[in-house]
Design a protein around this ligand. Structure first.
Ligand SMILES: NC(=O)c1ccc[n+]([C@@H]2O[C@H](COP(=O)([O-])OP(=O)(O)OC[C@H]3O[C@@H](n4cnc5c(N)ncnc54)[C@H](OP(=O)(O)O)[C@@H]3O)[C@@H](O)[C@H]2O)c1
Length: 411
């Protein structure tokens, strides 16, 4: 970039926008840039800073030829997409924090940035302050990722921690998360696993070169969880965590999903509590790596935005598609634990188990474990979103254990 200082246009002045603004002001002597305009939505809202920089029309930034870098930190994915697209088309660089926008439109926007020779970065969109995308793109580029798994949604992790440690209901834990600002007033995106699946689809691109749409991925959240189930798992020395996972099979194909998982307490991810995030990777050369840190919040996320802005200012242009081709294997057999109350009985009859282990306990109404096929579970859950049944990945389940169970249960 020439023409210093670079003029920045900032969209959004909420949690992330303000965190970024504060860091930018404190670090301004380190960068040759300045925030020229801030566009927000509501002209009547009181702002924490007095500045003549606030504007209310996207065009105020997008049509300003002096602005060469757009930072997008708004909470509306469709509006964010139009902002990012228009900005790139008019030759501006774009930094975004919006995972839904990147998950839905990332392929198109990356291609556009590439053709325009502009940079499009979005580190803050995945796992907040953990610099996972930079690491995948640069540090791990010459390694081979065998698998990754992560806790990448802070709200659900907070709720699960509360349910395990205090035995409270899902509703009570959710209310506390909302009161503390860890969950939105409409928590659907978080608790039903959408947020995690958006982030997973972004990770798949950077880790494995796979362009997967979020709907392609098997997804189940934690909203059907009850304290009986968390109590049972606590007694059995398991923790339930909402995990995003992807692993390579021996033939080079890949499986990826977001499911609650039963983790033994000694598992390194079992101790990741409250709103914290963590991502664990297994690499061919570097072996295991565990990254852990704040997955959300004003300055942790603002710091990730700031790091992207600094890269743009240094002249970084994204290097296009990750050069590894892998494909999804949709028939993978997954080890699952499934529970539900008696009202879920009829739905459970149709759950696509292929190998089924005996009933564990009738405390829940029903609880089974066994192997089920990825695509069939995904289609089942998409068709029956309100089942009231809780589906969890059960990594310790062995085929032998399933075989030993002599009875196939009829529910
Ligand atoms: N919060 C986190 O910890 C976190 C972490 C990682 C990623 N993110 C992502 O970062 C983005 C921002 O999240 P946030 O938590 O900062 O949201 P937020 O606190 O709700 O703030 C949203 C901001 O966007 C502005 N806005 C909304 N629609 C707009 C539009 N069409 N044009 C201009 N401004 C608009 C709002 O304006 P008003 O002020 O006028 O209402 C507000 O300033 C989201 O995509 C979120 O998923 C957030």
């Amino acid at each position: 970039m020439s023409d210093f200082p670079v003029q920045i246009g900032l969209f959004g002045f909420g949690c992330v926008g303000q965190g970024f603004y504060r860091i930018f002001q404190e670090q301004q002597s380190e960068v040759q840039a300045q925030i020229r305009k801030i566009v927000v939505k509501n002209p009547n809202k009181e702002r924490p800073i007095a500045t003549g920089k606030f504007y209310f029309q996207a065009q105020d930034i997008l049509n300003d030829p002096t602005i060469r870098l757009v930072v997008e930190a708004i909470d509306d994915a469709e509006a964010a997409y139009h902002i990012a697209k228009t900005a790139l088309q008019s030759g501006k660089h774009v930094v975004s924090a919006n995972k839904k926008m990147v998950a839905l439109y990332g392929n198109e926007l990356r291609a556009l940035a590439h053709s325009q020779q502009r940079t499009f970065l979005y580190e803050a969109a995945v796992a907040g302050s953990i610099p996972i995308l930079q690491l995948l793109q640069h540090y791990y580029r010459y390694d081979r990722i065998e698998w990754l798994r992560g806790i990448i949604n802070g709200s659900t992790n907070f709720i699960l921690s509360k349910m395990h440690s205090e035995g409270v209901t899902y509703e009570a834990a959710l209310q506390e998360a909302q009161a503390l600002g860890f969950a939105e007033s409409d928590p659907t995106l978080d608790v039903e696993g959408f947020d995690a699946v958006y982030k997973l689809s972004i990770l798949l691109y950077h880790a494995f070169g796979i362009e997967a749409s979020p709907e392609q991925l098997l997804r189940q959240g934690i909203h059907h969880l009850d304290p009986l189930t968390t109590g049972y798992c606590t007694r059995k020395k398991y923790r339930i965590k909402l995990l995003a996972q992807a692993y390579e099979r021996s033939d080079g194909s890949l499986t990826a999903f977001v499911l609650p998982a039963l983790l033994p307490v000694q598992d390194p991810l079992a101790s990741v509590e409250q709103e914290e995030n963590a991502i664990e990777l297994s690499l061919r050369y570097a072996h295991r790596q565990l990254l852990r840190g704040k997955g959300a919040g004003s300055t942790p996320t603002g710091a990730a935005v700031m790091a992207d802005v600094a890269r743009v200012l240094k002249g970084y242009i994204a290097t296009g598609k990750v050069n590894i081709k892998r494909y999804f294997y949709e028939e993978e057999m997954l080890p699952l634990w499934v529970s539900g109350n008696s009202s879920a009985r009829r739905v459970l009859q149709h759950f696509p188990f292929h190998e089924l282990h005996a009933q564990i306990s009738d405390a829940f109404g029903f609880a089974f474990e066994g192997y089920a096929r990825y695509d069939q579970v995904r289609d089942f859950l998409q068709k029956h979103p309100q089942t009231g049944i809780f589906v969890a990945y059960h990594p310790q389940l062995t085929r032998q254990r399933v075989k030993q169970a002599s009875t196939l249960l009829s529910v």
